[in-house]
Design a protein around this ligand. Sequence first.
Ligand code: HEC
Ligand code: HEC
Ligand code: HEC
Ligand code: HEC
Ligand code: HEC
Length: 371
Amino acid sequence: MRWIIAFLLLWSVSIQAEYMDSKSCDECHEMIYAEHTKSMHHNSSLFSDDVHRKMKERVSKDKYTCALCHMPATKNLAAMIRGMEQPNAKDVRQTDGVSCSYCHQISKIYHGKTYNINFSSAKDGGKPHFFANLGDPDSSDKHESGPNEIYKNSEVCMGCHSHKENVHEVQVCNTLDQHEKTSDCIGCHMPKEAGGIENYNKRGRDEYATHEFLGVHSAEMVKKAVELKLRQEENEITLSIINKMGHKIITQPMRLKFVKTVVSREGQVIWSNFTKSPIEDKEATFIIVFKNSEGEPSLPGKAVGYKLNQNLEAMTSKEVIYMIDDLQKGDKVTATWISYVINPKVAQKLQITDKALTTPIDGYSTTLLVE
Ligand code: HEC
Ligand code: HEC
Ligand code: HEC
Ligand code: HEC
Ligand code: HEC
């Protein structure tokens, strides 16, 4: 496996020559460019994502193995991964992160056990060929274009988003569905909006695929993540947690997501599922904590196993039952989905000070009146 990856990397580097940077698309694809520059794809490299940079520093000072997915357009990918060359803030192929032209030249995906790898159609000289999913694309003097099935069935996302194992063969992230396959990533993360896709719009198109790729950082998306249902029978409250996404609730181990359930009577809280930390109610908390060989909590890179692995498969649900003594008619039970981009405990460890990342985001909420 290792030599196959080494070979693929060398090969994918040697075929990259011409490079149109993301800024160059602005001339014609103005709206897509504006969306893209706000996205985590544009901000994926250690120059723009502070959390990523801090984590990388912990894993290795000189090697940038993360470049494979976080800075894939760089010309010296293999040297960077091995630590023979260092990131350079003046190189636009690097500051571009997951760039437009990189993504649009992925021709197929190699499926590996440790992680998958993107094959690129980039070639020496001539206009680049960008794949996507338009019927009968108009011609452009800057690039060729044409269809490729993987931009329709979301396979194009799987070179970076499928799964990743660390050196101890522990899976550190996974965005696959309940059958370990891809789902309709594009359908949920690239919603169509009104407008043409380029400034001239000769084909008179009236909608285009948006490129913000909103996820856990967006309050609007967090509202769509899960649905909650409450049921009551005498002193028993049943909470159903329904994962509506095409992947597990926890895809990336820095997150913390949970349900807070409270019972109030005449405006006073008389019961709650936890007091200080959500983990007191383990069944309603979604979190991955890794352990090192001493059994202590560890960062993903050094993990030999899981200390805690509370997750829920795509499109599935679970029930949590609470016995609450002396519930009375008219008591109000409220369950709310809460999501943290970075688990505050992890943020503290990595000295992450950006408050936006450790502020809870409220998602779906539901209320029941006790009968
Ligand atoms: C196989 C591709 C791949 C490799 C290699 C990779 N990552 Fe990632 N990384 C991703 C993807 C995809 C996401 C988004 C995942 C999600 O949000 O579920 C991500 C997200 C992250 C995040 C969360 C960022 C945030 O701001 O919330 C951090 C931190 C991170 N990666 C660190 C690293 C580090 C450090 C390395 C190298 C040691 C690395 N990654 C290597 C694909 C990769
Ligand atoms: C000079 C104008 C111009 C520039 C600059 C430009 N494009 Fe295009 N692009 C077009 C036109 C015209 C179309 C066809 C639009 C249509 O059919 O409605 C197109 C279509 C596309 C498509 C759809 C292809 C398909 O087959 O579905 C992609 C993807 C694309 N461009 C990517 C890019 C990227 C990435 C950049 C920057 C690196 C870029 N373009 C720069 C004019 C341009
Ligand atoms: C049915 C809709 C749906 C499908 C299908 C779907 N997602 Fe998501 N995804 C969401 C929602 C909603 C969120 C935001 C809520 C959250 O992160 O808790 C999200 C979050 C994410 C995140 C951020 C998660 C985190 O915690 O860091 C990534 C990365 C992601 N999706 C990628 C993908 C990829 C890749 C696919 C295809 C394999 C995919 N999604 C399929 C709805 C979907
Ligand atoms: C993470 C990968 C990724 C990145 C980065 C990306 N795109 Fe796309 N793009 C796609 C996919 C997938 C589609 C097909 C969406 C569909 O058909 O629903 C698409 C579609 C398009 C289209 C056709 C529009 C349409 O309505 O189908 C254009 C034009 C385009 N992209 C241009 C760009 C430009 C310009 C950038 C950077 C400013 C960019 N893309 C960045 C994945 C990407
Ligand atoms: C070349 C690698 C690569 C490809 C291809 C790719 N992504 Fe990503 N994606 C990343 C990385 C890396 C991040 C995390 C960046 C960070 O947080 O630093 C990310 C972040 C995201 C996020 C934002 C998650 C959040 O933090 O809220 C979503 C959603 C997402 N990707 C969806 C997709 C979808 C859908 C596709 C396929 C059309 C796709 N990606 C293709 C590498 C990739």
